[in-house]
Every structure is written in C-alpha cells, then in structure tokens.
Design a binder for this molecule. Structure first.
Ligand code: C2O
Ligand code: CU
Length: 412
C-alpha cells in the first residue's frame, strides 16, 4: 500500500493503521515512530499488506477529538480466495455526542469522560449516517464486516432471530462459531466479520438492537426484506477463511509478564488504601516498590488511569518502554483489570492470541489486536514478538488513553 496523507487540518496529525502489521516507522504514532504531520504537510505511508482482513485507520494525535470528529475509515484487505457470500458489506459504527441543534458537542476531553466510561455519545451511525433500513432478501447470505470506530461506546448487537456466525475477529480468521448468547460484542476499535443468512420472510422487517448498556437498549437499524426471495433456503457454502501468516506463539516457552490496570473512580480508592497500609509497614522491594511509587504519584496528580502504577502524559507519546520483549520469542502477558470499568486494550504492530480469561482457557484462542477486558477480569494473551521497534499499548477508550492509560513496549 502507498498512501499520501495531506494534512489539511489546522493542527498536527498522523495516521495509524489499526491492526495492520506494518513496519514501526509506518505505525503513525507521533514522536514515537514519526514526527507528526504538520498543518499543510504531506507524509507518505508505505507498507505491505501482509494480512487479509477487516482493519481501519485513524489519527493517533489528539485522537479523542480527531477521531471523535469523524477522522477515520475502513481498510479492507481482500483474501486471495474468500468465503462465498452474496454480498460483502461493511458497517462502520460511529457514535456522536450532538447538541440539541445537531452540532458536535465541543466538550472533548472533559474530566468526567476521562474518569468514567469515556465519551459515549447520543447518536449512533452506520457509515456516517443515522440508518433507517438495510434492504435484504430472503435466502441471501451476507458477509458483514463490523468496525467499532466509536471513542468509547461498546456494542452488543442482537440480530433478532437471525443466527450470525463469527468468522473473523480484528481481521484475523477464527473457527466459525455462533457468538456467546447470540450477541455480537464490540469494544472500541474492535472488528467482527459475520456470515448472516437472511432467514426472515419476504416483505417482513426485523430490528437489530444494541443491548450493551442496561436499560439503554436501542434499535440500531431494521433489516427490511424485499418482496421476492433470492432463494428459499439458506445456502450451505463453507464458512472458514484462509489463515493469515501469523507466527504461532508457544505459551510453554514464553516469557511471562504481568500488567495491572488501575484507576477510575473506584480504583483510585483501592489504590489509596493499599498505599496507606503498605506504606505504613514499609520495607517494600523491587517491583512492588516502583508500583507503589506510581500509586503515590497517582494520588498527587490529576491523571486518571495507570498501567503498573504509571500514568502516561496523554499529550505526549514520548515514553520509555515499560516492557521489553526478545525478538522472535514467545511472550505471555497476563493483564489484570483492577478497575470497575471495561477497557479494550490494544497492542500495536502485533496480533496476539487470547489464551485465557480468569484462568479458564478460551475456546477459540482467538487472534485479536484489541481485547475487551471486563471489570476485575484477568486475561492472558500470547504472541511472538517478531516486529522490531517501540510500540504503543493502550486502552482504546480514547478518553482513558488521554487520561494516562497507555504505555510503550519494545521488541529488540
Ligand atoms: Cu487504534 Cu493506538 O490505536
Ligand atoms: Cu479504558
């Protein structure tokens, strides 16, 4: 791929190719991998599209506002040989906070959003429009690529009696399976490729509902069936996608690394209590010591979120690596969400296998680049560090990232 980016904004920007395994210099992280593209300047991104799948791109500079104002797009890399479907459709899900007059609310990066669940808006769009109906035909098979481009909103989509089959997550093929409880969950930045057979009756309508936030369910869009069927029954074509050339991690031989996420409304209190009780006893050593140091800093600063006790300065990406991984070796990261909030955690430059949740092995060992971690949950991921350089990992609720929830890992 070769993409010339002209920055017509009145401020600096960059483009990050989310989920695409690019060389470090093409990763679009300001100050860490490149000088930001100044107003009126051009930057040429060039890389090989090594994996087929559903990806997307967005600025990494002041992302909370630049992405929040709609600077993003889908990036589809086609398989040489794809799964068979009647139509290949992309729904880029957007979420906007609009004022009564329909303007974009200007309250970007406010303290409340940073300390709670981010900038969740009041208007959801598909491909930039408030959807009305989506025309389908009985018997039709659709490959639906869902991309969550929202700053903070998490989706849990109910397809009203249809039985979607998940065939890829974050662009990477997965064993075809029905989603848990039939609900398709996407945290910010995540993608899900579905195969959906349109099994409703000709002339009928069915509502796709988002059920993620309790008592805030809403109708996303209606599937509107045409009067004439395409075929009477669903086709029985194969569902599996060809695998991408990802290096297979060996969890047995892997280095083990612990990452703890802290902060937010209840997390701060927990950390403060821990700080007091441990501080009183004194004599802490090593890791614990530096972690507590971080917690002390957090008590005295306005930062909201912490990785191993350290909050990044949200405005700058100029950070010392927190973790270093030996190149071409397998590594496991055990990530503990010690907060009362959801966090979609994204690693740059690599896809990883999600191998366990709360000590229980995952069914599909799914490849992801962004993993949604529930409050108090512990998730283990495994990957081969084959892409040298300094890479970001951060929460993709963009207000959490701005509030300190990002760090750098080095592959060397
Ligand atoms: Cu989609 Cu570091 O981001
Ligand atoms: Cu978060």
């Amino acid at each position: 791929m070769r993409v010339a980016v002209d920055n017509a904004l009145a401020e600096e920007t960059t483009i990050h190719w989310h989920g695409v395994r690019v060389p470090n210099a093409m990763d679009g992280v300001p100050h860490l991998t490149q000088t930001p593209i100044g107003a009126g300047e051009r930057f040429l991104y060039e890389f090989d599209a090594v994996d087929a799948g559903t990806f997307w791109y967005h600025p990494h500079q002041r992302s909370s506002e630049q992405v929040g104002r709609g600077l993003y797009g889908p990036l589809i890399v086609e398989e040489p040989q794809s799964v068979r479907a009647d139509r290949d459709v992309t729904w880029m899900l957007g979420d906007w906070r609009l004022t009564k007059s329909g303007a974009i609310s200007e309250d970007f990066g406010n303290r409340h959003d940073i300390h709670h669940n981010g900038r969740v808006g009041n208007t959801v769009t598909i491909n930039g429009r408030v959807p009305d109906g989506f025309a389908v035909r009985k018997g039709e098979r659709i490959r639906l690529r869902l991309i969550n481009a929202a700053n903070a909103r998490i989706f849990s989509l109910d397809f009203a009696g249809h039985e979607p089959i998940v065939i890829a997550l974050d662009g990477q093929p997965v064993t075809p399976h029905a989603p848990d409880k039939g609900l398709v969950v996407l945290g910010p930045a995540m993608r899900v490729d579905l195969i959906i057979d349109m099994t409703g009756n000709a002339g009928s309508r069915a509502s796709v509902t988002d059920r993620f936030y309790e008592r805030l369910e809403y109708r996303l869009v209606d599937l509107v069936y045409d009067g004439t069927p395409l075929r009477e029954r669903a086709p029985d074509w194969p569902l599996a996608l060809p695998a991408n050339p990802l290096p297979e991690p060996d969890p047995e031989a892997a280095s083990r690394n612990e990452v703890v996420f802290n902060g937010g409304m209840m997390g701060e209190m927990v950390a403060r209590e821990m700080g007091e009780s441990l501080g009183a006893r004194g004599g802490m050593m090593g890791d614990m010591n530096s972690m507590m140091g971080g917690m002390m800093r957090m008590m005295n600063s306005s930062a909201a979120w912490f990785i191993n006790g350290v909050a990044a300065d949200g405005a700058s990406h100029d950070m010392k690596p927190m973790l270093t991984f030996e190149k071409d070796k397998s590594h496991v990261i055990a990530m503990t969400n010690a907060t009362a909030w959801y966090h979609p955690i994204h690693l740059h430059g690599h896809s990883f296998r999600v191998i366990s949740r709360n000590g229980k092995r995952t069914l599909h060992r799914e490849w992801q680049d962004t993993v949604l971690i529930s409050p108090r949950e512990k998730v283990e991921i495994a990957f081969v560090a084959d892409n040298p350089g300094d890479w970001m990992f951060h929460c993709h609720i963009l207000e959490h990232q701005a509030g300190g929830m990002m760090a750098v890992f080095r592959v060397a």
